[in-house]
Design a protein around this ligand. Structure first.
Ligand code: MG
Length: 357
């Protein structure tokens, strides 16, 4: 008797704890929004939801600083900086984004060394630079190599190809967030792959890019142009596409609704379901423990699922039960005489039938 009371106490204490997950959704919750479909590109071509900024034919998506037509050279599927034509800016403005861009520094470095060799740059929001440089066997300061967040973070590794070869950047940029008074709420962040190799791993920028200095943040718009730098080297670019990133909707948390019994079942009704259930698949290796074992404690049914913990069950009807912490259903099946013959166990869409042993 004492032990029975003790067991009941433990069970009710356990049930009183509100189930928690990282999201507020049940594990495997079918009510959680499904990710939108995006048809991926092939070999660097844009995915279906990307905005193409340069497809090799024209500079329509670009402007000068003053808003005039971008005057870089376009030939054979690439664009190239033109001395004196200055930096170019996207007409469209972006905040958080994923950028794909390919670049090539001059095949012949022409005796240029250090920062004079194939220098350009990709500036997010016109301010935050990922360096473009011919860093192949070219000693320069480490925070100015290709793959660096210029003057702030050297690349983790030097993954550059020889001059003249096409190189690929895939960059995730998170714009800084500012408070009303202009203070930084969240700094800008960059993750970058150069030729498929991680060079920046979610680094928090100190502020806008500067030469000889690390400038402090200054509050600015939520979306601004991307700038490609004319740094007196004929650097080429091609296949530029961008995906503005959502505000992490898929990470939004909700408050989990507590599971409740929708019907009250007598201990006699509950006892019909207790016992062991096993998958009836001839190919299935015979296991020592049945797939599902159900027992009753007071008015509570508990289900142990192979090698895992034991979960309380909440009746939704005379034959259907749900779990608290994950989105699963047990629907008991009975024959014409009312004897329980098995249970349909659902997680996801398709239930599996488990035969009562
Ligand atoms: Mg540069």
């Amino acid at each position: 008797m004492r032990s029975a009371i003790l067991l009941m106490t433990i069970t009710f204490a356990a049930l009183a704890v509100q189930a928690q997950t990282n999201s507020g959704y049940r594990i495997h919750d079918m009510e959680r929004a499904e990710a939108p479909v995006v048809t991926p590109g092939q070999n660097g071509s844009p995915p279906a939801d990307a905005i193409v900024l340069f497809d090799g034919t024209n500079l329509d998506a670009w402007r000068t600083k003053e808003g005039g037509p971008a005057a870089w050279k376009v030939a054979d599927g690439y664009m190239e900086t033109v001395a004196g034509a200055d930096d170019i800016f996207t007409k469209q403005e972006f905040g958080d984004c994923q950028l794909h861009i390919e670049w090539a520094s001059p095949a012949d470095p022409a005796g240029k060394i250090d920062q004079d060799r194939g220098n350009s740059g990709i500036f997010f929001m016109e301010k935050y630079e990922i360096q473009v440089l011919d860093s192949y066997q070219n000693r320069t300061y480490s925070d100015g190599h290709a793959g660096s967040v210029y003057a702030q973070f050297p690349p983790q590794v030097n993954a550059t190809r020889p001059p003249g070869e096409w190189q690929t950047y895939d960059i995730v940029f998170r714009a800084p967030r500012f408070k009303k008074d202009g203070a930084v709420k969240r700094p800008a962040r960059i993750t970058a792959f150069l030729n498929g190799v991680l060079v920046q791993d979610n680094v928090a920028l100190t502020g806008p890019t500067g030469w000889l200095q690390q400038k402090p943040y200054e509050k600015h718009a939520d979306a601004m142009s991307i700038k490609l730098q004319d740094h007196d080297s004929p650097v080429r670019f091609r296949n530029i596409w961008i995906r503005p990133l959502p505000q992490r909707e898929h990470l939004k948390k909700i408050k989990m609704k507590t599971r409740e019994a929708k019907v009250e079942l007598s201990t006699d009704q509950l006892d019909r379901f207790t016992g062991a259930y096993e998958t009836i698949d001839p190919d299935d290796e015979k296991k020592e423990v049945p797939f599902i074992v159900i027992r009753r404690e007071g008015n509570q049914l508990l289900a142990a699922i192979r090698d895992k913990q034991e979960w309380p069950l909440f009746p939704q009807s005379e034959t259907e039960f749900v779990f608290e912490t994950f989105d699963g259903t047990l629907t008991f099946v009975q024959d014409e005489k009312g004897a329980v013959t098995g249970v349909n166990f659902r997680v996801g869409i398709e239930p599996d039938f488990e035969k009562k042993l």
